[in-house]
Write a protein that binds this ligand. Structure first.
Ligand code: GTP
Length: 536
């Protein structure tokens, strides 16, 4: 193909604004797939993608299109919309010269529309705004056109209004791809190399002929894990199966960081680093669906840092700053000049009636407001600097529920800030439960400690003596719950004689005990740990 007849482009959008549906129509229109009623998200191949209706891995397709008597080759790269997968978006974009920025005609610009626009803008690509879903009853394409003018400074008359579902005006999109995206060399292809391990080649590497070295392309920053969680097999006999499943899946997704780990209660396992919470859930779901593995995933934590206080310590740790991905390794205050926590710059877009409530939520999460702007008469865009830890678990759900689902949220890495972090121990009758050690911000210690004690109280069975459950900062107790004593007599239900029945019950009780862990004099069933440690 002559260079002037090739276009490399991507489709970017907020989740559910119709990227994959538009890709289906483009594939049909160019004859790459047949027109049938069953073409739904053809490029979303993974089971998890189909079930959740989201795109996780970028996919590519080459299309041939005749325009004004010439044949063109259009290389389309479908990209994921969710923030956790933005590294896939930025890699895809570096292979493109243009993007279709799809915006829902009813919902308008959302947080990920903004994030994805800036990825494309920074990569200096031609941006074609496409307003989709004009068939919807509540569609207001003119309003969305004005938002696009205001927020992105793109003239409204450049917007193409379509319905990807019905196929309305989709040809104009292809025509714009040809007319508005620059004339650029480049082909999608593949290469067979004699490498034994895929990790030998990184995405973004430059290949050249051995005898003709070239200046390498800048490559990509490696994806940085933002969330760490422990992963254990439900049954230790499954350890090896799970190990091989994790190995296979990380070959396919090299952004997951894997360290071996072990817990007294849960046995041998791993500490895994993910790009975000959705990434973690998707990884877990793929393990279960594609590898039939059943796992226990512990509550996620963020990578904190500690700046060491003396040259001796720096020598001992071989670093000035240590990253703490496991609360058990949290260094004592005497060794540290300051602790640091990761922060992110969050974008929230919401109808203005919810602004007050959202500001209160952000404040409660220790966030600092950076900016506020009306994107049209009654929609507001807020920018906040958040400690990552405050949004990792349930921020998104709280935001959605207090805005009746209307607010959208996205965030980008913003480095680290000083934080007053403390290590919190959980005690059972005075003995520390090692697997429940957590690192919390000083201001949150009380509420987090109380919540863990309450959850533990609900999941610990009564024993022959009273159990005190306490949360402590050093020697200071900050929360307490009590489990009352109870005598469980397994033979109580056997009236008199049947000796085989009695033996069976005693045996069952003995088997139950194997799954217990002793903390001091308290027996804790594995289930209780799972209930406290697991993501909600
Ligand atoms: P992610 O891959 O998760 O980022 O989503 P997406 O942007 O690819 O969205 P997708 O194509 O999966 O569409 C989301 C929903 O919107 C689906 O239920 C589509 O049927 C619907 N949809 C897409 N385009 C249109 C349209 O033009 N009109 C209407 N009414 N619905 C549409």
């Amino acid at each position: 193909f002559p260079v002037e007849n090739i276009r490399n482009f991507s489709i970017i959008a907020h989740v559910d604004h119709g990227k994959s549906t538009l890709a289906d129509r483009l594939l049909e229109l160019t004859g790459a797939i047949d027109k049938t009623k069953n073409n739904k998200q053809v490029l979303d191949k993974l089971q998890v993608e189909r079930e959740r209706g989201i795109t996780v891995k970028a996919q590519t397709a080459s299309l041939f299109y005749n325009y004004e008597g010439k044949q063109y080759l259009l290389n389309l790269i479908d990209t994921p919309g969710h923030v956790d997968f933005s590294y896939e978006v930025s890699r895809s974009l570096s292979a493109c010269q243009g993007v279709l920025l799809v915006v829902d005609a009813n919902e308008g610009i959302q947080a990920q529309t903004v994030a994805n626009f800036f990825l494309a803008f920074e990569a200096q690509l031609s941006i074609i705004p496409v307003i989709n879903k004009i068939d919807l009853k509540n569609a207001d394409p003119e309003r969305v056109e004005k938002q696009i003018e205001k927020v992105f400074d793109i003239p409204g008359d450049e917007c193409i209004k379509i319905s990807a579902k019905l196929g309305t005006n989709v040809e104009s999109v292809l025509d714009a791809v040809i007319k508005r995206i620059p004339l650029y060399a480049g082909q999608v292809g593949y290469l067979i190399a004699g490498m034994k391990d895929v990790t030998e080649a990184q995405i973004g590497d430059t290949l050249y002929l051995h005898k003709q070295p070239v200046e390498p392309l800048p490559g990509f920053k490696s994806a940085k894990p933002m969330v760490f969680a422990g992963m254990y097999p439900v049954d230790q006999s499954e350890y090896n199966n799970l190990k091989s499943a994790i190995e296979k899946l990380t070959l396919n997704d090299s952004s997951v960081v894997v360290h071996r780990d072990s817990s007294l209660a849960l046995g041998a396992g791993w500490r895994l680093g993910f790009l975000g919470l959705l990434h973690m859930e998707v990884f877990n779901q793929r393990l279960e669906q594609e590898y039939n593995a059943s796992v226990i995933l512990t509550t996620p934590t963020v990578p904190y840092k500690a700046v060491l206080s003396s040259a001796k310590l720096m020598k001992e740790y071989r670093e000035k700053e240590i990253t703490i991905i496991n609360p058990a390794q949290f260094p004592d205050k005497s060794k540290v000049t300051e602790y640091l926590e990761p922060v992110v710059l969050g974008t929230i877009i919401t109808p203005d009636e919810y602004t007050g409530k959202i500001m209160m939520l952000c404040q409660a999460r220790r966030a600092v407001q950076k900016n506020m702007m009306y994107i049209d008469q009654n929609r507001v865009m807020l920018k906040y600097l958040f400690p990552l830890n405050e949004i990792v678990v349930d921020f998104y759900d709280s935001l959605k529920s207090l805005s009746s689902g209307y607010a959208s949220f996205d965030y980008e890495d913003a480095g680290y800030q000083t934080a007053e972090l403390v290590k919190m121990d959980i005690l059972l009758n005075g003995s520390i439960v090692e697997e429940l050690v957590t690192v919390v911000h000083k201001d949150k210690a009380y509420s987090v400690g109380k919540a863990i004690c309450e959850r533990l109280k609900d999941s610990l069975p009564r024993q022959l003596f009273e159990i005190a459950i306490q949360a402590a900062l050093g020697s200071k107790i900050i929360a307490r719950e009590t489990v009352k004593a109870y005598r469980k007599n397994v033979l109580a239900k056997c009236y008199g004689g049947d000796i085989t029945r009695k033996m069976k019950l005693l045996k069952r009780q003995a088997e139950g005990k194997k799954k217990l862990r002793k903390v001091g004099n308290v027996e804790v069933p594995k289930d209780a740990f799972i209930k406290v440690l697991k993501t909600q």
